[in-house]
Design a protein around this ligand. Structure first.
Ligand code: SAH
Ligand code: TYD
Length: 415
């Protein structure tokens, strides 16, 4: 049994997704023969409550100079990060000449708001291609992994920070103790660490198992984040649920005693107890729901295919790699996946090798069914696809349950 990456107790594995390729590892046909696979298995630590992968893929294999995900591809997310930045500025940058650091700043989707406002900032982004996209917009970016060493380097050059920010990145970092050691160096005495990540409570509620993939080493709850922060002399001082990425949580952490925790922290901690997020039995039940979801999805796709319908994937998300490989959905069921990211187009999806095509192909070839892999962007996508639906096209979703969306059904899980 694997040891917890946070507290070293034994973790209890609760679901095995089987052999899995790199979630963002879209490949050219000639790369198929040496594709990398690992065992995707997730477990719960009964001691510190952290849900985590039991086998880790080396971060250098995941984050490099050809990283597939450019954050700014979504206008909805650009607006979300504008609001996130504004909220941080209002609440935590009252000092003269404040300094803001962002971990995993990608193509600058959040930091451009600080840069435009003339706030001193440093982005820390190890994937060279996305870091370069940020630099081209004048965003100050260090192309490194954030850890204790880079925190010291930044502190030496710029001094201590008012706020260290992150989004959809802290759960990507296996050595969280090094991150906290870095924060201890880098944060001013009243400085804050603010980050938001897919929330375990939403994953359990919606059985959104497609959040489980190589880059997501951890699946945070308030219980596990609080326990981690306490080990480093810090505490959880605020939490704010977010609707993005299928349900996320924003955590605010500061040195113990430096800020008074809000009422939301105690409220949501209590809700987690009611929802069983601190109990192993919840995850055993989740595993059963994941298997049932797979059977229902494969059953529905086979039925639609049997009716002669052409099925396409919508959005070559990292999450879709878990769904297609776990469910065994290949090009026989899903003809192609449409995606707006140029770097994914013309490639094959990881593991099951469904061709990824530009959006124009989806529009021109008019499939009957769109399997909504990018379900977390549903509000944006459904608003853009009224013509597809008016022409008889159907969307299939699998979160929180497998179903066909008809014109009248709203989809409240839209991000
Ligand atoms: N924050 C952006 C990007 C999320 S994708 C958003 O929410 O859209 C995760 C990003 O974190 C990638 O760009 C990846 O290269 C980066 N990353 C991964 N490990 C990191 C680390 N240790 N330090 C800093 N960035 C990291
Ligand atoms: P996303 O769900 O943000 O991420 P993840 O990879 O973490 O699961 O990825 C959305 C993908 O969907 C991205 O590759 C772009 C694509 N996409 C479209 O093709 N069309 C759209 O209208 C939107 C919003 C996204």
């Amino acid at each position: 049994m694997a040891d917890c990456l946070i507290c070293t107790n034994s973790i209890e594995p609760f679901h095995d997704f089987g052999r899995m390729p790199i979630a963002n590892g879209f490949l050219r046909p000639e790369q198929v023969t040496d594709e990398f696979f690992f065992e995707l298995k997730v477990g719960f630590c009964p001691s510190c409550k952290m849900v985590q992968l039991t086998e880790l893929v080396d971060p250098d294999k995941l984050f490099h100079d050809d990283y597939a995900y450019f954050s700014s591809i979504s206008t909805r997310m650009a607006e979300h990060f504008r609001q996130y930045a504004e909220w941080v500025r209002e609440k935590y940058t009252a000092a003269a000449d404040p300094l803001v650091i962002e971990v995993g700043s990608n193509d600058g989707i959040m930091l451009r708001n600080f840069s435009n406002a003339g706030v001193r900032h440093v982005g820390v982004e190890p994937s060279a291609n996305v870091a370069q996209a940020a630099r081209e917009q004048g965003i100050n970016t260090l192309c490194e992994f954030f850890n204790e060493e880079t925190a010291r380097q930044i502190c030496d050059e710029y001094g201590q920070a008012d706020a260290v920010l992150g989004a959809n990145v802290i759960c990507h970092i296996p050595d969280l103790h090094s991150i906290f050691a870095g924060l201890d160096v880098l944060l001013k005495p009243t400085g804050v660490f603010v980050f938001e990540e897919p929330y375990l409570g939403d994953i359990v509620e919606k059985a959104s198992y497609d959040q489980v993939y190589d880059e997501h080493f951890f699946y945070f709850s308030l219980h596990s984040v609080r326990s981690l922060a306490r080990r480093h002399g810090m505490e959880l001082i605020d939490v704010l649920p977010q609707s993005v990425h299928g349900g996320s949580m924003r955590y605010v952490i500061a040195r113990q005693g430096s800020h008074r925790p809000t009422a939301s922290v105690a409220e949501i901690l209590n809700r987690e107890i009611d929802n069983g997020l601190a109990h192993a039995a919840t995850f055993v039940r989740l595993s059963e729901r994941i298997d049932a979801s797979r059977d229902a999805l494969v059953g529905l796709l086979q039925e639609l295919k049997g009716q002669g319908k052409r099925i396409a994937g919508y959005g070559a998300t990292s999450k879709s790699t878990t769904v297609t490989n776990f469910c065994g959905i290949g090009p026989d069921l899903v003809e192609f996946i449409s995606d707006t990211t140029p770097g994914k187009q013309g490639k094959l999806s990881p593991g099951v090798h469904i061709p990824v095509v530009p959006y124009s192909h989806f529009a021109e070839s008019r499939p009957d069914v769109a399997l909504l892999f990018a379900w977390n962007h549903a509000s944006e996508i459904l608003a853009n696809e009224t013509a597809f639906r008016a022409g008889g096209g159907q969307f299939v979703v699998y979160v929180p349950e497998v179903r066909i969306l008809d014109d009248k059904t709203s989809y409240r899980h839209a991000g």
